[in-house]
Design a protein around this ligand. Structure first.
Ligand SMILES: Cc1cc2nc3c(=O)[nH]c(=O)nc-3n(C[C@H](O)[C@H](O)[C@H](O)COP(=O)(O)OP(=O)(O)OC[C@H]3O[C@@H](n4cnc5c(N)ncnc54)[C@H](O)[C@@H]3O)c2cc1C
Length: 808
C-alpha cells in the first residue's frame, strides 16, 4: 500500500513536472503521514521513509548532490560526448530557438503560440505587391524568356533594379525597401507563380549574400558605400561558397587567401593574395560584386599570432585583376544566371573583408547566423507559389476537362492527387507565414528554417508531380499555354540549393535540433566544454538534473496519455481541440524518443541518418500542425476551411506515426526500442491519414470558384487576359460550372426523347425550340464549350521546330 501510494504520487509529480524540492517534500510528507497513521504497519514503512528521505536529500540539497552524485556523471559525459569541430560548434551556436524549443520540451504551450500576433503586410508592402510586382509579372513572358531569350529581357532587368527588387531587405535609410520577411516572401511567392527565372533572380540578392552580411557585420564605411548601390541595383551581387570539391561539405572549401604585402593602387599595403575556384554561383555571370568565402592563412603573422585563421568572407568587385567570370551553367533550362568563377593570385586590401580585419576567420559563424533568415524565406515562398499555382490551375482544369462524359476531377482516382495538391499547399502556406512571422519578431530560426526549406520544397515536388498527372498531356506539351511544365522542370533546383534536401533532412534538422532546440542538451555540452571545471560542474549539475526530471516526466506522461486517449489534456478549445490533444501526445512521445535516442546512440546518431531523418520528419510534422492550427485560429476559425485543416493535420499525424513505426523498428538497441514503443504507444500505433470522404471534400474545394479557393491561392499572379494560360482557366471555370445545370437538362431531354440531334449545337437549337432550355441557357453552354476548348488546347510547332528560324 505504501509503495503503491508513493508510486502514484511519483507519477503525479512527474506528470506535472514538479520541482525537486516538491518531490522531496511531498514524498517525505506521505511517508511520514503513513507512518504516523499506521505505525503498526511495521518496519517496512520506516525503511521506505528512510530511503525516500535519503534520495530526496541527495537530489534536492544542491551542495550534497554536487559533492557526491554530479562529479562521476560529469566525468562520464566528458568521455561520452563527441568532440565537436569548430565549424560544427559554430553551426550549433548560430541562430535562435523559438517554437522548435517548445516542441522539444514535449509539452508545447499552445496558448503561447496562439497569442502571438497575426502577421500582416504594411500598406506600403501591399502597395508594392499590387503595383510594381503586379506590373513585373505582367511583363514576364516565361515562354519567351526560356525558349528564346535564355535570360530575362533587358527591360525586366532594368525594372527589377529601378523598383529596388534587389533591395527588399535593405533599410530605407540606405535606399532599400526595408521589407518585412512576410512581404519579402509574398513578393517571391507571386513572382514564382509567374516565372521561376524571375523569382530566383529577385530572391538571391535578398537571401544569404552581400546585403545580409553587410547589414549584420559590415563596417560603417562598407555599409555606406555598398548598401545604397545594392539597393539601386547599381551593383549586382552574388555569393560564392560552393566549389568543385566543396558542395554539401562547404566548410571543407580548399580556396585559400594568404595575408601578405602587395601592391594595390600603386601603394604597398598589407592585403590578401587569393586563389579560388567556384561553381554554381547564382548571378555570378552578371555580378559586379562577388561575395567570396575562403580559408585565410597568415604565415608571416601580419595580423596576429595565428597562422590558420579559418573561413573568411570578402566582398570583391568582379573587375579586380585576376578574377575570371566563367561561362554559364544551364540549370534544367531555367535561364537564371548561374555559373562558375575563379581567381588567380587576386590581391585585395584587408578593407575588402566583410566587417574588416577583425572579422577575419569568422566567416563560418557569420554564414551560419545569416543562413537561418534567408532559408526561412526564399525557397519556402517559391515552393508555396508553385503549390498555389497548381491549386488554381489544376483544380479548375479537373472540372473543365471531361473524360467518360464527366469532369476528370470527379473520379475518385483523380480526387486523391487533387486532395494532396490542396492539402499540402495549405500546409505549405501556413508554415511559410508562421516562419516569416518568427523572422519578423527578430528570431534567427536555424532549425525551423531547415524544416521549412526541406519540407516545403519536398511538398512542392509532390504537388507538382500530382498536378502533372492530373493535367496529363496538357502539362507535358511545352509551349506558351503550358504553365506547369517549367515549374516541374525546376523542382530539383529548389531541392538542391541552400542545403541539399537529403542532407538537410537526415543530418541537419534533427542533428542540429536535438542539440540546439532541446531545453538542456546544449547547456550540458557547454558545461562539459567549459575550461573552468568548477563552473562547468555547476552548470552541468543544473542542466543534467533538470534533463533527468524532464525525461522521467515525459516517460510518465507518455504512458498516461497513451492509455487515457488524451481526452483529458488541457488545450485551447474550438474545432482544433482534438488535433491539439493528439499532437501534444506525439510531441511528448517525440521528446522522450529523442532523449533516449541520444542517450543510447550518443555521437553515433550523427551517422544513423535514417533514424535521424525519421525524427526530423516527426519534428517537421509537429511544426506543420502548429502552423496550420495557428493560421486557422488567426483567421477566426473559418468553417469552410475546416476540411483543409483536418486533412493537413491528419496527413501530418500519419507522417508522424509512420516515422515512429520506422524508428522503433530500426533502433539497434532493441530493449530501448521496445520500452519506447510500449511507453509511447501502449495500445499500438496505427498510422491513419485523412479519410476518403475528407479527401473528397478537399478535392471538391478546388473545383469551383469560391472564397476559400481564392484564399488558398491568394498572393499568386492572376492574369485577367484570356490570352494567358491561367487567365483562360479562370475565365472558363465559372462558365463551365454555370453550364452544368443546363447540360443536365439537355441530357434528361435526350433520355426522354425530346431532342435527337447528334451534333451538340443542333441539339441545343432543338432544345430551345422544344422549350427545354431558354436561348440564354443555350448561349451559356456554347460559351462554356468555347472556353473549355480553349483550355484543353495545347501548343504545336513546325516539324523542324528548334532548327527552323524564326522560332514560333
Ligand atoms: C542552380 C544552382 C544554384 C546555386 N547557387 C549557389 C550560389 O549562389 N552560391 C553558392 O555558393 N552555391 C550555390 N549552389 C550550390 C548548392 O548550394 C550546392 O549545389 C549544394 O550545396 C549541394 O552541393 P552539390 O551539388 O555539390 O552536391 P553534393 O555535395 O555532391 O551532394 C550530393 C548528394 O549527397 C547528399 N549528401 C552529401 N553529404 C551528405 C550527408 N552528410 N548526409 C546525407 N546526405 C548527404 C546531398 O544531399 C546530395 O543529395 C547552387 C547550386 C545550383 C545547382
Amino acid at each position: 500500500m505504501t509503495i503503491l501510494l508513493i508510486l502514484v504520487a511519483c507519477g503525479a509529480l512527474a506528470y506535472f513536472r514538479a520541482r525537486l524540492w516538491m518531490w522531496s517534500a511531498i514524498l517525505i510528507g506521505i511517508a511520514l503521514g503513513l507512518y504516523a497513521l499506521a505505525p503498526a504497519a511495521g518496519d517496512h514503512t520506516v525503511i521506505v521513509v528512510a530511503i525516500v528521505a535519503f534520495l530526496s536529500a541527495l537530489l534536492s540539497i544542491a551542495p550534497l548532490r554536487r559533492a557526491i552524485l554530479t562529479p562521476p556523471l560529469f566525468a562520464l559525459f566528458k568521455r561520452m560526448l563527441p568532440p565537436l569541430s569548430a565549424t560544427e560548434r559554430e553551426a550549433l551556436e548560430a541562430g535562435s530557438v523559438g517554437w522548435d524549443g517548445e516542441l522539444f520540451s514535449g509539452d508545447p504551450q499552445w496558448r503561447k503560440l496562439l497569442a502571438l500576433p497575426a502577421p500582416a503586410l504594411t500598406t506600403a508592402e501591399q502597395a508594392f505587391l499590387d503595383g510594381p510586382v503586379e506590373q513585373l509579372c505582367a511583363m514576364l513572358d516565361d515562354w519567351q524568356i526560356i525558349e528564346h531569350d535564355k535570360d530575362l529581357p533587358p527591360a525586366v532587368w532594368q525594372f527589377l533594379k529601378e523598383e529596388r527588387f534587389f533591395g527588399m531587405i535593405i533599410p530605407p535609410e540606405y535606399g532599400g525597401l526595408g521589407f518585412s520577411a512576410l512581404a519579402h516572401s509574398a513578393v517571391i511567392m507571386k513572382l514564382a507563380s509567374r516565372s521561376i527565372t524571375a523569382a530566383v533572380t529577385a530572391m538571391v540578392p535578398n537571401s544569404l549574400g552581400p546585403a545580409e552580411l553587410l547589414l549584420r557585420y559590415g563596417t560603417a564605411q562598407q555599409k555606406d558605400y555598398y548598401l545604397p548601390r545594392l539597393a539601386r541595383g547599381e551593383e549586382v551581387p552574388c555569393f560564392a561558397l560552393t566549389g568543385p570539391e566543396a558542395g554539401s561539405d562547404a566548410a571543407s572549401l580548399p580556396d585559400l587567401g594568404v595575408v601578405c604585402k602587395g601592391m594595390f593602387e600603386g601603394k604597398e599595403i598589407v592585403g590578401i593574395r587569393l586563389n579560388w575556384e567556384k561553381r554554381y554561383i547564382t548571378l555570378g555571370p552578371v555580378a559586379t560584386l562577388l561575395g567570396l568565402a575562403f580559408k585565410l592563412n597568415d604565415p608571416e603573422h601580419l595580423l596576429g599570432d595565428k597562422v590558420e585563421l579559418g573561413i573568411t568572407l570578402a566582398l570583391i568587385p568582379t573587375n579586380t585583376p585576376g578574377i575570371s567570370i566563367g561561362r554559364r551553367h544551364v540549370p534544367l533550362d531555367i535561364p537564371f544566371q548561374v555559373g562558375p568563377n575563379w581567381g588567380k593570385d587576386v590581391f585585395i586590401p584587408l578593407d575588402y573583408l566583410i566587417g574588416g580585419a577583425e572579422h577575419a576567420g569568422q566567416g563560418w559563424r557569420m554564414l551560419m547566423e545569416c543562413l537561418g533568415v534567408g532559408r526561412s524565406i526564399s525557397l519556402p515562398a517559391l515552393s508555396t507559389g508553385a503549390g498555389k499555382l497548381a491549386c488554381r490551375g489544376v483544380g479548375a482544369y479537373a472540372r473543365i476537362r471531361r473524360q467518360f462524359r464527366v469532369p476528370v476531377g470527379t473520379m475518385e482516382g483523380v480526387e486523391e492527387p487533387l486532395a494532396r495538391i490542396a492539402g499540402l499547399t495549405y500546409q505549405m502556406d501556413a508554415a511559410r507565414v508562421l516562419t516569416c512571422a518568427a523572422v519578423d519578431r527578430g528570431e534567427k530560426p536555424s532549425v525551423l528554417s531547415a524544416i521549412v526549406k526541406y519540407n516545403l520544397t519536398e511538398r512542392m515536388r509532390l504537388v507538382l508531380n500530382d498536378a502533372m498527372d492530373v493535367a496529363g498531356g496538357a502539362a507535358i506539351c511545352l509551349g506558351p499555354r503550358n504553365y506547369l511544365g517549367r515549374p516541374y522542370q525546376a523542382i530539383p533546383i529548389g531541392i538542391t540549393v541552400e542545403g541539399a534536401n537529403i542532407l538537410t533532412r537526415t543530418l541537419i534538422i534533427f542533428g542540429q535540433g536535438a542539440i540546439r532546440s532541446h531545453p538542456y542538451v546544449l547547456k550540458e555540452m557547454r558545461a562539459v566544454a567549459d575550461p573552468d571545471p568548477k563552473s562547468g560542474l555547476q552548470q552541468f549539475d543544473r542542466a543534467f538534473f533538470a534533463h533527468v526530471g524532464l525525461t522521467i516526466s515525459t516517460a510518465v506522461r507518455a504512458l498516461w496519455l497513451g492509455l487515457s486517449g488524451t481526452f483529458f489534456l488541457c488545450v485551447p478549445g474550438g474545432p482544433s481541440r482534438r488535433i491539439l490533444q493528439r499532437t501534444t501526445r506525439r510531441c511528448n512521445a517525440f521528446a522522450l524518443t529523442a532523449d533516449l535516442a541520444m542517450l543510447v546512440l550518443g555521437g553515433n546518431l550523427k551517422r544513423k541518418e535514417k533514424l535521424s531523418g525519421r525524427l526530423a520528419d516527426i519534428l517537421a510534422n509537429l511544426y506543420l500542425i502548429s502552423a496550420m492550427v495557428k493560421q486557422f485560429e488567426e483567421r477566426g476559425r473559418p468553417l469552410d476551411e475546416l476540411p483543409l485543416l483536418e486533412w493537413g493535420c491528419a496527413e501530418s499525424l500519419r507522417g508522424i506515426d509512420s516515422a515512429f513505426v520506422g524508428f522503433f523498428a530500426n533502433l539497434p538497441n532493441r530493449p530501448i526500442a521496445w520500452l519506447l514503443r510500449t511507453l509511447t504507444f501502449p495500445l499500438g500505433i496505427r498510422p491513419q491519414g485523412a479519410s476518403d470522404r475528407l479527401g473528397h471534400r478537399v478535392a471538391t474545394l478546388l473545383m469551383a470558384p469560391s472564397a476559400l479557393r481564392d484564399r488558398l491561392t491568394a498572393g499568386i499572379y492572376l492574369p485577367t487576359s484570356t490570352e494567358e494560360a491561367l487567365g483562360r482557366i479562370d475565365d472558363a471555370l465559372p462558365k463551365v460550372v454555370a453550364a452544368e445545370e443546363v447540360e443536365k437538362k439537355l441530357r434528361t431531354a435526350r433520355k426522354e426523347k425530346k431532342i435527337f440531334a447528334a451534333d451538340d449545337e443542333e441539339a441545343r437549337r432543338e432544345a430551345v425550340a422544344a422549350g427545354v432550355i431558354s436561348p440564354a441557357e443555350a448561349e451559356m453552354v456554347s460559351a462554356a464549350n468555347a472556353a473549355r476548348r480553349e483550355v484543353i488546347r495545347v501548343d504545336d510547332f513546325p516539324a523542324d521546330y528548334g532548327r527552323s528560324l524564326p522560332l514560333p
